[in-house]
Ligand binder design. Structure first.
Ligand code: DGL
Length: 283
């Protein structure tokens, strides 16, 4: 039972920032990672299609006997977390922008949030701000283009640095000292963000570690921890799927993880139209 895998998914390769934290926190666990790169970015994707994709992936994990699922995507969490929790019996761990730690860390009382359009427009995000950021000023940017750069592995290309500057500089001019990376792709741009910030004091925060701690807590409470010996932190026992182009995606995913990975196969069925309400969703 406990050796069953944990499914982790994102619109693409960004959720690997969460997978890394999970491997560190739970090195014993078998992981399945699904990158939906064919449909990235989710950040402004039609919401019906987004729902279909989340269901497809959740069903894929269910078929693979997953014991828990991590929505390693702020956008899918913002729009789909409660719905998925109602549909599936397994524990579902979700992610939200790290507003709470940022509000505690800021000295200037001004923070920046980089996230996708869907996340920033969601009710869930508004409630999060009302709860934790009432007394501070929050500057927000839907960073169009960031996800595409990360999907290509162009983490520090000149165009990427220019794009980062376009979104970061106005926030720095407004006096932010803390920046929330509210999309799981963005931590891979942290070195470029630091380069662009230069001497400006800037603390960058995200919730990857918090998600891995929460996952640990939940599966421990439910007695789902893998007690078999072994260390999966090398990615040897993790399986990686991508709905996009196999060659590009396997190369980019290895680059982001900094090691070769067990790329299982290109899931062709992920490309077929997928009816949400069909009794058997495998169409
Ligand atoms: N990485 C995702 C997130 O955390 C989705 C980004 C996108 O595909 O737009 O929001």
């Amino acid at each position: 039972m406990s050796e069953r895998p944990i499914g982790i998914f994102d619109s693409g390769v960004g959720g690997l920032s969460i997978l890394k934290a999970v491997q560190k926190q739970l090195p014993n666990e078998n992981l399945l990672y699904f990158a939906d790169s064919k449909y990235a970015p989710y950040g402004n994707l039609d919401q019906t299609l987004l729902k279909q994709r989340c269901l497809f992936i959740a069903d894929f994990f269910a078929k693979n006997n997953a014991k828990a699922m991590v929505i390693a995507c702020n956008t899918a969490t913002a729009l789909m977390a409660e719905w998925l929790r109602a549909e599936y019996d397994i524990p579902i761990i979700a992610i939200e922008p790290a507003i709470k730690p940022a509000a505690a860390l800021t000295n200037t009382g001004k923070i920046g949030v980089f996230a996708t359009e869907h996340t920033l427009n969601s009710e869930r995000y508004l409630l999060l701000k009302q709860r934790f950021a009432k007394d501070i000023t929050v500057y927000e940017s839907a960073c169009h283009g960031f996800v595409e750069q990360v999907e290509q592995g162009a983490l520090d290309a000149p165009e990427t640095l220019a794009l980062v500057g376009r979104y970061l500089n106005p926030m720095l001019e407004n006096g932010i000292d803390t920046l929330v990376l509210g999309c799981t792709h963005y931590p891979f741009l942290s070195p470029s963000i630091t380069t662009v910030a230069g001497d400006a004091p800037l603390t960058i925060v995200d919730n990857a570690e918090a998600v891995s701690i929460q996952l640990n807590k939940v599966i421990a409470e439910k007695q789902l921890l893998n007690l078999a010996s072994g260390d999966n932190s090398s990615s040897n026992n993790s399986g990686f799927y991508n709905s996009g182009d196999t060659v590009t995606s396997s190369a980019v995913m290895s680059k982001l993880l900094g090691k070769p990975l067990n790329f299982l196969h290109h899931n062709n069925s992920a490309q077929k139209p997928y009816a949400i309400d069909a009794p058997d969703r495998e169409n």
